[in-house]
Design a protein around this ligand. Structure first.
Ligand code: ADP
Length: 587
């Protein structure tokens, strides 16, 4: 650490202004006061620096020192990230708790990655091989679910002159590379990366595989692609957290990074308590074995919230670079934007819309643009994806506010939570009329190939029925049910099935919470069979609509959800039964 230091001239909450900082750089990490609180330089003017401090600044005042470090705010990357709970600046919460009791003391600096733990390093390159940045040198089994790839750090390439297998700590040298100039580079399993800079990739790919969540309205109607970006705006209590957490638990990403930006105090505690208990439905292994949790504890100031989404994003990119499908959830990005607004206010910057800084839009875009399907750095065709899902909590559910608007501009999936639906206990309370996915075209081929040829057509028809329903409801409201033709009543009847027996899904029911794509297809197909086969029938003279409604097979449709995954014969039988029972009504 350098000896350079500045002097505090002003303290305003999480913002500290210091002079004598001519040697500082933008985004440099500094230690503030004798307590050595962690801070980051966020603006520089002459020898005066504004510093965002990540710990409580109470009791700190002018004339105290600020120590420069010459380093930028970075995260540590290496084996040991998974299964960890971190705060917004990657301090492991369990370790901090051990050092200072459950109330976090100030000025405690615990490294993000355990230095003492040993990992069995298995090289996959040999001495004499030439390697370049991003190439995989070897692997360690980080958890039962994830094989951690040790990659050549960015900016280094050369010939392997030493490679060491066996039990290693993260700071031990696992390889030595000689570059073209004959210089030797020791490579360890520990890397650092500045959180505000996207990690380097070889190229972008078009996201074309769905991120399978098991939530029917998401997968079937508004699919998110692996490598895509989506947002869940919704008023308080509409289901943002339940939706995000359900996705985190069940989606088919290999690695999950969950950032809790402190929506409500106890919410992150729920996650911290609940996640370690959960099992991966596919492997039976604890879910934490593929998860990194980032939580802002209640006594951390807003600045840490601002940093936490970048900390999470950088960790997510690191696993993507290994070739994994990674999903990052941020709940709620509104709290992140508010942290930005607060800092901007203290910096006395010119405020933009609703007091948010003018750069809210570019910061939001910069964040979501770090999602993507990429060709990873290094030789070979390694492809990794990073899917980003951000919850937004617009005050009063008003979607025209700046955070929602800026998010919608850059995300291609909009899952709009609806207070009305939530009030009526229709969950997930995602509005099927206003939500959309711009990845539809990308992933429909996958459905056709992997699920069924007619899946796309059935889905399209179901969406039309839902839209027609909303128009018909208007007519019913004005002139009553009698004004509708039988065909129109059939639309309403089908839509009711779609809503109640397909879209409705209870996240707290251990079976209902997850439905495979194939089962989603069959459930919807059975419902749509009613519509397809009844169209002609209902137009017959003197047809009584109740004849259709009272068919015994209708009750079976309601229970179709209970048919187990994999018993596709039973689904098909039911679909055929629906068709034949309805066709039998032909006069
Ligand atoms: P938000 O994060 O938007 O404030 P929550 O995610 O905490 O809202 O949801 C509020 C409540 O709504 C939950 O406590 C739960 O009772 C109910 N809820 C939300 N989504 C579902 C769901 N998919 N299944 C069942 N209940 C749900």
């Amino acid at each position: 650490m350098t000896q350079k230091e500045g002097i505090i001239i002003k303290v305003s909450g999480p913002l500290v202004v210091a002079k004598g900082m001519a040697g500082a750089k933008m985004n440099e990490i500094v230690y503030v006061s004798k307590l050595r609180l962690l801070g980051e330089v966020i603006s520089l003017s002459g020898d005066t620096a504004s510093i965002q401090v990540y710990e409580e600044t109470g009791g700190i005042g002018p004339a105290e020192p600020v120590f420069l470090t010459g380093q930028t705010l970075s995260v540590e990357l290496g084996p040991g990230l998974l299964e960890n709970f971190y705060d917004g600046i990657q301090r492991p919460l369990q370790l901090i708790e051990k050092e200072s009791g459950s109330f976090i003391d100030r000025g405690i600096h615990v490294p993000g990655i355990d230095r003492e733990r040993k990992w069995d390093f298995k090289p996959i390159v040999n001495s004499g091989d030439s390697v370049s940045e991003g190439d995989i040198l070897g692997e360690v089994q980080e958890t039962t679910l994830i094989n951690h790839k040790i990659m050549v750090p960015v900016g280094i390439s050369g010939t392997v002159i030493e490679i060491h297998s066996g039990e290693k700590k993260v700071e031990d040298t696992v390889a030595v590379l000689e570059d073209e100039k004959g210089k030797h580079h020791k490579v360890t399993m520990l890397q650092k990366w500045p959180i505000r800079i996207p990690r380097k990739v070889a190229g972008k790919r078009i996201p074309n595989e769905p991120l399978i969540t098991g939530t029917r309205i998401l997968d079937t109607l508004f699919p998110l692609a692996k490598g895509g970006a989506g947002c869940i705006p919704g008023p308080f209590g509409a289901g943002k957290t339940v939706t995000q957490q359900t996705i985190a638990k069940y989606c088919d990403a290999q690695v999950i990074v969950y950032v809790g930006c402190g929506e409500r105090g106890n919410e992150m505690t729920d996650v911290l308590m609940e996640f370690p208990e959960l099992k991966d439905p596919n492997t039976g292994e604890p879910l934490m074995k593929r998860t990194v949790l980032i939580a802002n504890t209640s006594n951390m100031p807003v600045a840490a919230r601002e940093a936490s989404v970048y900390t999470g994003m950088t960790i997510a990119e690191y696993y993507r670079d290994m070739g994994y499908n990674v999903a990052l959830m941020a709940d709620s990005t509104s709290r992140w934007a508010e942290a930005m607004r607060e800092m901007s206010g203290r910096l006395e910057e010119m405020p933009g819309e609703e007091g948010y800084p003018a750069y809210l839009g570019s910061r939001t875009a910069g964040f979501y643009e770090r999602a993507g399907a990429v060709k990873c750095l290094g030789s070979g065709d390694r492809v990794g994806t990073l899917t980003a899902i951000g919850a937004v909590s617009p005050p009063g559910g008003d979607l025209s506010e700046p955070v929602t608007q800026n998010t919608l501009r850059v995300t291609k999936v909009f899952w709009g939570l609806d207070a009305d639906l939530a009030r009526r206990r229709h969950f997930p309370a995602i509005n099927w009329l206003s939500s959309y996915s711009l990845y539809e075209e990308n992933v429909l081929d996958y459905w056709k190939k992997e699920v069924a040829d007619d899946s796309v057509e059935i889905r399209g028809d179901a969406m039309k029925i839902l839209q027609e329903e909303s128009k018909l409801e208007e007519i019913v409201r004005l002139v009553g049910m009698d004004a509708l033709s039988s065909k129109e009543r059939l639309v309403l009847e089908t839509a009711k099935f779609i809503r109640e027996d397909f879209l409705f899904q209870n996240a707290f029911d251990p079976v209902d919470v997850y439905t495979s794509l194939k089962k989603q297809y069959w459930l919807l197909k059975i419902i749509m069979k009613v519509y397809y086969s009844a169209q002609e029938i209902v137009e017959q003279d003197e047809f009584e609509f109740d004849e259709l409604k009272n068919l015994p097979v209708m009750a079976k449709i309601v229970r179709a959800k209970d048919i187990e995954e994999g018993k596709w014969d039973e689904f098909e039988e039911l679909a055929n039964e629906v068709t034949s029972a309805i066709t039998a009504l032909k006069k």
